[in-house]
Design a protein around this ligand. Structure first.
Ligand SMILES: C[S@@+](CC[C@H](N)C(=O)[O-])C[C@H]1O[C@@H](n2cnc3c(N)ncnc32)[C@H](O)[C@@H]1O
Length: 277
């Protein structure tokens, strides 16, 4: 398991996640929030976002593409009766995030969010304080056993019933292929029939600049992703039945969308949704 920075006391967290000074580095979850039109971001995040977009046009659009995918998937699962969700690598629960989206259909929907970034977790807990049926776990999603047995997950979700598991924009940060496969297998084995797994994952197929992003020196930004394709990830779906069009450009995933050619994404993201049989 990765050593995680501790999440501090409530008071420290409040100061920490609102601090807007030169010492505060940009934070991925807040950069995402900015790209999504949210208000939970700082000047450093907005500047960083502009720098990245200037270097690689369309990076902000990628954040929105992830969100279009997760919204379509949550809508699909909720319509199918799923009212419990586990979001791996959740970032900040701000703009149209899982619990708000699911609660349009199931007002009592339960959602466990997991992120490994201490500042993001503290910020998310502050945003969700007073919201029932939602938890935020500070953990590495690569340590699936720890996630599944943590009280934030175990006491909130009933794993004997269907759960929708979202791995949206996170598995490409599990750099070791075998460890990533193993983690997905442990989540899969814990899920009841009728559960769902949704993955969106960075790719350079149709977007060669993503390869540049993945291989460049990221300096202070510690998130250099591992790009993978369906050939590498399809074995992760053993025990599941793929739902809808299969591997597609993630923001274009819809349960009734036609299956495109195998080499098409262009959005920089593969997306797939599968159901535990
Ligand atoms: C690209 S953002 C996606 C956020 C969210 N899933 C969404 O769609 O808006 C990725 C998030 O995953 C978190 N993350 C990256 N690697 C992680 C890991 N190994 N365990 C837990 N969280 C991780 C980051 O801190 C970040 O908040």
């Amino acid at each position: 398991m990765t050593d995680l920075d501790p999440v501090g006391s409530d008071d420290e967290d409040r100061d920490d996640d609102r601090a807007d000074d030169e010492e505060t580095p940009p934070n991925m979850a807040r950069v995402f929030d900015f790209a999504l039109g949210g208000s939970e971001n700082l000047e450093v995040d907005r500047e960083f976002s502009a720098e990245v977009d200037a270097m690689m046009p369309g990076m902000s659009a990628l954040c929105r593409a992830h969100r279009r995918f997760s919204a379509a998937v949550v809508d699909h699962w909720a319509a199918d009766g799923v009212d419990q969700f586990l979001e791996l690598g959740s970032g900040l629960p701000t703009v149209d995030h899982v619990h708000s989206r699911a609660r349009w259909v199931h007002p009592g929907a339960r959602v466990a969010y997991v992120d490994w970034d201490a500042r993001t977790v503290a910020h998310a807990r502050r945003l969700l304080s007073g919201v029932d049926g939602v938890s935020v776990l500070h953990a590495d999603v690569g340590d699936a056993a720890a996630v599944l047995t943590a009280p934030e997950v175990r006491d909130l979700l009933d794993l004997a019933r269907p759960v929708g598991v979202l791995a949206v924009g996170v598995l490409h940060y599990l750099l070791d292929d075998a460890a990533a496969a193993d983690a997905v297998r442990v989540y899969a084995e814990a899920l009841a029939p009728g559960s769902g797994l949704a993955i969106s994952h960075l790719t350079s197929v149709g977007r060669p600049d993503i390869h540049t992003w993945a291989t460049m020196n990221h300096g202070g930004w510690s998130y250099a992703p591992r790009l993978r394709g369906p050939d590498e990830m399809s074995p992760w779906l053993e025990g599941f039945t793929v739902v809808g069009p299969g591997w597609v450009s993630a923001p274009h995933w819809r349960p009734d969308a036609p299956a495109p050619g195998a080499d098409v994404t262009g959005s920089g993201l593969w997306g797939v949704v599968a159901r535990r049989g």
